[in-house]
Ligand binder design. Structure first.
Ligand code: ADP
Length: 463
């Protein structure tokens, strides 16, 4: 069973945070401990020096006497600090000795320090060691002191408390950081997983056919926002496809209904003897049959071109010659409407499917003729842009509304909604143009203004 994104994210981030905290705590502990023991050892040396100089100060050179009262005070103070001292005069006589003063207190303090160090530093293996120091006053040796303390260093109660509170603070920081990261992970995982779950739900609904579903693109995470945008785009495309599919069925039915009902009524009237089968009436019937067969032919051609296995038979094509030949084939229609065609520009050669490219030019030219008023002109401007080439066909025809422009390349789309049968088109011509141009790796664009004219630009790669 795969884990949810939320728990996966939470456990991963938590593991990273915990490992980081453990490593930092471990290193901090080692580092602080080392620095602290160095500091304690230095302090210890300093204290010994202070004890030695304080004792020396108790000798009076003028009276050659020691102040026994202060010697005892210094001795007791040192004892409580963990230093057991014995003071000698310059003749080696004992002036003051902590052991003989209060042996049980000395033992008690020594015991306490040894036990504390055993607990805190079990591997230190320390013991009480004593060292002798000369007592010097005004450059003259006045006696000696023997100081015994736990070595190589020892901690007093305050030092231990300090170390313990440092460790407690580290533990509290670690706990607080873990809790904070858990909280942040939870919020973050929620922020990521919630929109993903929403997207999954929307995708499921789209798969079930509810193409109108749209996601609110509100995530603050760029990738998720992109995903939401893509799903919306997908839903939009599917919606358009579905609409086009329904439209196609309706349009095919609609396109066929009119000529078939005309045929049916004509033929019925003629077979029942209501109408005489004159050659004009038979010609009308034939016209409708031609219309149906043209529609079926157009549809067939479009299906073939749109099929994945569209095979282009490419050869070197002289674009200008191809356009000239196509224009010539329309001579009769052009003459009928008194239209003039001019061809200008470059003379590029390209690798293309000759027949299909001719079809592109023919469809565009046929539209320009269809939607131009008598006496106007149509212009072909051929261009060569190095790796690509193409042509622009401009007419001074009816033009197309800007709202209609995005749809004119869809099959059966006709800008004139009234579907005037006399314009003759089935709305497939431009769909065929687009399919052929796309199959060549090129593109077709249109610029048009109502009542001014239209310009279709076809750009094709040369190879
Ligand atoms: P049709 O067979 O109806 O001409 P097309 O696919 O060739 O179908 O064109 C789609 C629609 O685009 C047309 O119905 C028409 O409204 C518009 N159109 C295409 N070419 C032109 C043009 N040169 N001038 C004005 N409108 C055009």
């Amino acid at each position: 069973m795969p884990k949810s994104l939320k728990s996966q994210l939470t456990s991963t981030i938590l593991a990273i945070v915990l490992i980081t905290i453990i490593v930092i705590s471990f290193l901090a502990n080692i580092f602080i401990n080392r620095k602290f023991t160095d500091y304690v050892a230095r302090q210890q040396e300093l204290k010994v020096q202070i004890i030695v100089s304080s004792i020396s100060e108790q000798y009076s050179a003028s009276t050659q006497q020691w102040d026994n009262h202060y010697l005892q005070a210094i001795g007791m103070f040192s004892l409580y600090e963990g230093y057991i001292i014995r003071v000698y005069d310059k003749d080696g006589n004992i002036l003051w000795d902590a052991m003989s003063h209060d042996m049980s207190l000395c033992n008690q303090i020594m015991d306490k320090i040894s036990r504390r160090m055993e607990v805190e530093y079990p591997r230190l293996d320390g013991e009480f060691v004593s060292s002798d120091y000369e007592l010097v006053k005004d450059g003259e040796t006045v006696g000696m002191v023997s100081i015994s303390c736990f070595g190589p260093f020892f901690l007093n109660e305050n030092d231990v408390n300090f170390l313990h509170s440092l460790n407690t603070i580290l533990i509290i920081i670690a706990l607080a950081a873990s809790l904070a990261s858990l909280f942040v992970c939870h919020i973050m995982a929620d922020r990521i997983s919630r929109p993903i779950l929403k997207t999954v739900d929307a995708t499921r609904q789209i798969a079930e056919g509810r193409y109108e579903i749209r996601l609110e693109e509100e995530s603050r995470i760029r990738e998720i926002k992109l995903l939401e945008g893509t799903i919306n785009h997908l839903a939009g495309s599917l919606e358009t496809l579905e609409r086009m599919r329904k439209q196609l069925t309706a349009d095919v039915a609609h396109e066929l209904r009119t000529p078939i009902s005309i045929l049916q009524s004509y033929l019925e009237a003629m077979t029942e003897g209501i109408w005489e089968a004159t050659s004009e009436r038979l010609a009308s019937c034939q016209e409708e049959v031609v219309r149906i067969s043209k529609l079926v032919g157009d549809l067939e051609q479009l299906t073939r071109i749109e099929a994945d296995n569209l095979k282009l038979e490419k050869s070197e094509v002289d674009l200008r010659l191809l356009i000239e030949k196509t224009v010539n084939a329309f001579e009769a229609e052009l003459k009928d409407k008194g239209l003039t065609v001019t061809i200008s520009g470059a003379k590029p050669h390209l690798m293309a499917d000759y027949d299909r490219l001719k079809q592109v030019v023919a469809n565009l030219l046929s539209n320009s003729i269809k939607y131009s008023d008598c006496g106007k002109s149509i212009q072909f401007e051929i261009f060569d842009a190095g790796k690509s080439c193409g042509f622009v066909i401009m007419d001074m025809g009816t033009g197309i509304d800007s709202e209609e422009l995005p749809f004119i390349f869809e099959r059966f789309y006709r800008a004139d909604k009234s579907r005037n049968r006399h314009t003759g088109g089935s709305g497939i011509g431009l769909a065929i143009v687009k399919s052929i141009v796309y199959a060549h790796g090129g593109e077709v664009t249109v610029q048009s203004e109502k009542n001014i004219g239209s310009a279709f630009t076809v750009t094709l790669p040369k190879k």
